[in-house]
Ligand binder design. Structure first.
Ligand code: MLT
Ligand code: ZN
Length: 459
């Protein structure tokens, strides 16, 4: 019997598609580097169907690729080798709110936006946030331990996950941590699963913690003469104000965003910008904020400053930062998403910039990132006259050199996008042999037949 006929026979109610448009759509993520070639897309309706699917995959040796919103940037959700893509799209419900625990129980296919909205309806917040909130799923954010624009205040996804329902690669269903705040009963498998990029199991449900509503804030855009000035502004602002976000982007990044239709709020271009959101609950905090900004201008740390005076201006300033990815997408950027300690950022950036300028003087590099978390995004744009394969080969060579700089600074090759297919060649260099042996051992314990997301994270 053909593999898919066997699947239909084993799970008669499972929705299966082999439509060409679905294969193309669900077989790729935002990297756009691989040609999608899955065998089929399946749309389970509940945990029981996911379990039956994993058991069937084990029995037949069929590789599965778990799939959320496919907004990932590391190839973690790509299916290019005859895999069955498991879309969690139908499992998108908010199942329960508990006002005492202050948690939501949600299905893994719920979008980040729908979780944020459900929290908001209860007068609370789910503070993990980033630009793809409307399309990415909570399951995908768990798979990558997603970070984003509010990590500086609220931490990564890991901080907000109180429980997980997992269908492990063994086909067993596990309910990890079950919503507990305190749990000192041995290894916390929940935290192994968070950030495992679908290689240990398929998360079908999560219990997410909710926080107090985000405090009232002011949004400010600082124009700065250099990256050192960005760091000086960060230290100044963090010392005096309650920071909700501190995001950096280069003048080149703003140029692309403006070419894409946004409005530059300044009269002239500047080398660097910081988009800053600070607590501004009362007059005293607002007065303090204005004093800090004044100091930044007086000391030459900032060259110019815009304070958003309305919700529309807040949205417009945030759009400058959040539409960078979209504004450079047509240039099929090769992305690096590195992390170093915040204190190491200036040295890392100077070395990385010099290295790229010397090795690849014709490549345009767009710098932006979550500076307060030590997370820089380095997007190299493909010159129009360079074929995609040759471009990637050059960028991988450049990443080899960047990895040396990173290693010297005790950094990480991925801060928040994950390893997937894109960053696999550098994982061992970052983690070392002893850790790699343990990582492989953990993988084997959860997924002895290697049927879940094969080829992702490591071979
Ligand atoms: C961002 O911070 O905007 C995202 O990580 C996306 C990107 O790096 O392109
Ligand atoms: Zn980011």
């Amino acid at each position: 019997m053909h593999t898919l006929d066997k699947l239909r026979h084993t799970i008669p109610a499972l929705r299966i598609s082999t439509e060409q448009s679905d294969l193309a759509h669900y077989g790729r993520d935002w990297t756009r580097r691989w040609t999608p070639a899955p065998l089929a897309i399946v749309f389970p309706a509940d945990t029981a169907e996911v379990q039956a699917l994993v058991q069937w995959a084990r029995a037949t040796g069929t590789p599965l690729v778990p799939s959320g919103g496919r907004t990932g940037l590391s190839g973690g959700a790509v299916a290019a080798n005859g895999e069955v893509v498991v879309s969690l799209e139908r499992m998108n419900r908010i199942l329960a709110f508990d006002p005492v625990d202050r948690t939501l129980t949600v299905q893994a296919g719920a979008t980040l936006q729908s979780v944020q909205d459900a929290a908001g309806k209860q007068g609370l917040s789910y503070p993990v946030d980033f630009a793809s909130r409307g399309s990415c799923t909570i399951g995908g954010t768990i798979a990558t331990n997603a970070g984003g624009i509010r990590v500086i205040r609220h931490g990564n996804t890991r901080e907000w996950i109180a429980g997980l329902t997992l269908v492990a690669g063994t086909g067993e269903v596990m309910r990890l941590n079950r919503g507990l705040i305190k749990n000192s009963s041995g290894y916390d498998l929940r935290h192994l699963v968070i950030g495992s990029e679908g290689t240990l199991g398929i998360v079908t449900e999560a219990i997410v913690r909710l926080g107090a509503p985000l405090p009232a804030s002011k949004v400010v855009l600082l124009a700065l003469p250099s990256f050192d000035a960005v760091m000086a502004a960060f230290v100044e602002v963090r010392g005096a104000l309650g920071l909700q976000a501190f995001e950096f982007f280069s003048g080149d990044a703003l140029r692309h965003v403006v070419a894409h239709g946004a409005q530059d709020p300044f009269a002239e271009m500047h080398p660097a910008y910081a988009l800053v959101e600070v607590d501004s609950i009362d007059d005293a905090e607002e007065t303090e904020m204005l004093a800090v900004l004044e100091r930044c201008l007086e000391r030459g740390v900032a060259s110019d400053i815009v304070v958003a005076g309305s919700d529309a201006q807040v949205a417009a300033l945030w759009r400058l930062r959040e539409s960078i990815t979209e504004s450079i997408a047509a240039r099929t950027p090769y992305k690096n998403d590195i992390a170093v300690r915040v204190s190491a950022l200036p040295a890392f950036l100077a070395e990385a910039e010099a290295l790229l300028a010397a090795g690849y003087p014709t490549f345009e590099v767009i710098w932006f990132g979550h500076i307060g978390d030590g997370n820089l995004h380095i997007s190299i744009l493909r010159p129009e006259d360079l074929a995609p394969d040759a471009f990637v080969a050059h960028c991988e060579h450049a990443t080899d050199m960047l990895a040396d700089v990173l290693a010297r600074h005790d950094g990480s090759i991925s801060a928040e996008h994950g390893i997937g297919l894109v960053k696999k060649p550098w994982l061992a260099r970052m983690r070392g042999e002893a850790e790699m042996v343990r990582l492989r051992g953990i993988r084997e314990t959860f997924d002895p037949d290697g049927i879940l997301n094969p080829g992702k994270v490591f071979d």
